[in-house]
Design a binder for this molecule. Structure first.
Ligand SMILES: [Zn+2]
Length: 287
């Protein structure tokens, strides 16, 4: 009898133990299968992929200065997303080169070229900032600082040349620091020499003078050395040349400003070449 009772008690204990084990297991399974959404650890082990980054996680763009115009949406353009700082040379009491015969002032023409170039580049996707948008004289140091503040990808200062011999007319670009600026100086020079129509091309002959004399030169100036980005000064044409002077005067009189427009178009072509080559180099560096 005692042995039977013992077997019964042991048996009952065994059944109890199995039942408890089974219940505990179920409870544990239930805890695993119903993770609390508030628990960050269970959210991490969840197979759901993490949500895509929201726009808020992207770096916020810097607020635009009133002298800047944001680029239009143009994803296929080599200028898309670039920031170009244009510097219309001279201004106010600093007239630059003056052609009294045609009442032409370098300071007015450089602003006109810069505005036309800005409109072209903005349509091509670049954000464009001008160091001056009116007839004021901005010190060179401030022009260069402005380019850095706006985080420009390139800085282009626009000028017109002069020489005692009125027949002289060619394009020149100037760079400050070879490593930083020379590639941009060459790209702009090539585009201007190749694409800017000249008196010779209007006369139906090839333009040997401009192509052969077009050149780039170093210029030791804060204007080019202080900007942290590639910086170039463009002496587009000679305002002392009568053909050029007549071209500017004619365009001012009939409102077409066709010579300024041609120069703007040629500089735009140079910037397109430059940024297309830059993108290609970046891709080479990545690959
Ligand atoms: Zn000048």
């Amino acid at each position: 009898m005692a042995a039977d009772r013992l077997r019964f008690v042991l048996g009952a204990l065994l059944v109890l133990a199995v039942t408890v084990a089974a219940l505990t297991g179920q409870a544990a399974q239930q805890v695993e299968s119903v993770p609390s959404p508030a628990d960050p650890a269970s959210a991490l082990s969840s197979p759901t992929p993490p949500p895509p980054p929201t726009p808020a996680t992207r770096p916020t763009p810097i607020p635009l200065d009133e002298r800047c115009v944001r680029g239009q949406d143009n994803p296929t353009s080599p200028l898309a997303g670039r920031t170009v700082v244009l510097d219309p040379g001279h201004g106010a009491d600093d007239l630059g080169t003056v052609n009294l015969e045609f009442s032409l002032f370098e300071s007015e023409i450089t602003l006109s070229i810069a505005e036309r170039l800005r409109d072209r580049l903005v349509a091509a996707g670049a954000t464009v900032c001008l160091t001056r948008t009116e007839d004021i004289n901005v010190p060179l140091l401030e022009r260069a600082r402005f380019a850095n503040q706006q985080r420009g990808d390139v800085f282009v200062s626009i000028h017109l040349n002069r020489y005692d011999d009125p027949q002289v007319d060619y394009t020149m670009t100037m760079w400050g620091e070879e490593q930083k600026d020379l590639r941009l100086a060459e790209a702009l020079l090539q585009a201007l020499a190749a694409e800017l129509p000249t008196p010779e091309s209007y006369a139906g002959i090839l333009n040997p003078l401009s192509r052969e004399t077009a050149r780039h030169e170093p210029l030791d100036s804060t204007l080019l050395l202080l900007p942290e980005m590639p910086a170039v000064l463009v002496e587009a044409v000679f305002l002392s040349n009568p053909w050029e002077a007549r071209a500017f005067a004619e365009g001012q009189a009939d409102g077409t400003h066709w010579r300024e427009e041609q120069i703007a178009r040629a500089i735009e072509a140079g910037l397109r070449r430059y940024f297309a080559a830059t993108s290609a180099r970046d891709e080479d560096d990545e690959g």
